[in-house]
Design a protein around this ligand. Structure first.
Ligand code: 5GP
Length: 327
């Protein structure tokens, strides 16, 4: 498959350094790249070694990169060995943090710009607990309530007197909730104090139907289910700064720790910082290939401005999306 001008672009989903590659016929002829880089394919004549250059690179000389087929085969062998010998590498509790059976190599991409008649895209925000995702989302929402929207979650708990159905939550019965789970209506759901809570796919649709940008924060493992033609999600990873900067910037802030069953906000502890950084590392290594943008939340105002700039660009400039979204 080739794009209109006959050019083929791919997004690299892994880091590659030809100097570290024992299989490459000539290390000097290799092209190094990082996860997320856009490469233009110059030749796919060889089944093992493609020729490519970095997108927009004026230098016409192409370098060798492993072909998709070759890279898939050897990473699959590697990842299986990894799992056998180094099971507790990240001390994962959830098995779904290990769902990399389909090894990410390259994804064919094409520039995409939203057409005037098209709905806005879904923007997915991911990041570890305590990184400031909710504050950023809230700031964005209040900056332009006509433009940004968030989903209303479903719950099976009783409505409180000051709440209205469809505002804080959509209140449904346990039976209906379970049926909806069976029918894959939820992007994610969880249980809290004997009640279910969850975000439905339809709730994303209803925000987009109002012609608003839908802001959604979810666990990174749900992102791949949202990567469809319908939603064209743009995925932003909110990353913590260094532990030193966390200590400095979060001195007076509070966190609802994932270790706290009561769910009360308390000042950050050293353990919270370490957990945040470790969790961010796991997210980035397991799901980094799905991120369109990484924003480091060091200073909240600066991170917010960067987020805002990213949104403005998203609506005015072309972005790389999988070719499969446009067919
Ligand atoms: P409350 O019943 O006090 O409104 O909320 C109780 C808990 O439910 C909160 O800690 C909140 O984080 C959680 N919750 C609210 N919405 C959702 C959701 O869509 N999915 C999940 N998994 N939990 C939710």
């Amino acid at each position: 498959t080739a794009s209109k001008e006959g050019k083929v672009f791919i997004k690299a989903l892994f880091d590659y350094d030809p100097k570290e590659d024992k299989a490459i016929p000539c290390k000097e002829a290799g092209l190094s790249f990082r996860k997320g880089d856009i490469l233009q394919i110059m030749s796919q004549d060889d089944v093992t070694w493609w020729q490519a250059k970095h997108e927009g690179d004026a230098n016409p000389r192409a370098g060798l990169i492993p072909s998709k087929h070759f890279q898939e085969r050897r990473s699959f062998r590697l990842s299986r060995k990894d799992k056998k010998t180094n099971k507790s590498m990240y001390e994962c509790k959830k098995s779904d943090q290990y769902d990399t059976a389909d090894v990410p190599t390259y994804e064919e991409v094409t520039p995409y710009r939203r057409q005037a008649h098209e709905k806005y895209r879904l923007v997915v925000l991911v990041g570890p607990v305590g990184v400031g995702l909710n504050e950023l989302k809230r700031k964005l929402l209040i900056s332009d309530t006509q433009h940004y929207g968030v989903t209303v979650p479903h719950t099976t708990r009783a409505r409180r007197s000051q709440e209205s159905d469809g505002v804080e939550y959509i209140f449904i019965s346990k039976h209906l909730f379970e049926t909806d789970v069976q029918n894959n209506k939820f992007i994610e759901y969880g249980e809290y104090k004997n009640n279910y809570y969850g975000t439905s796919i339809d709730s994303v649709r209803s925000v987009l139907a109002k012609n608003k940008v839908c802001l959604l924060d979810v666990q990174p493992h749900t992102v791949k289910h949202l990567r469809t033609l319908e939603f064209k999600p743009y995925v932003i990873f909110i990353k913590p700064p260094s532990i030193e900067r966390l200590r400095e910037t979060r001195k007076n802030a509070k966190i609802i720790s994932s270790r706290d069953d009561q769910g009360t906000a308390k000042p950050f502890t050293e353990e919270d910082f370490q957990e945040m950084i470790k969790s961010a590392q796991i997210m980035e290594s397991q799901y980094g290939h799905l991120f369109d943008k990484i924003i480091i939340n060091d200073d909240l105002t600066m991170a917010f401005n960067e987020l805002k700039t990213t949104f403005d660009k998203l609506e005015t400039e072309p972005h790389w999306v999988p070719v499969s979204w446009l067919h």
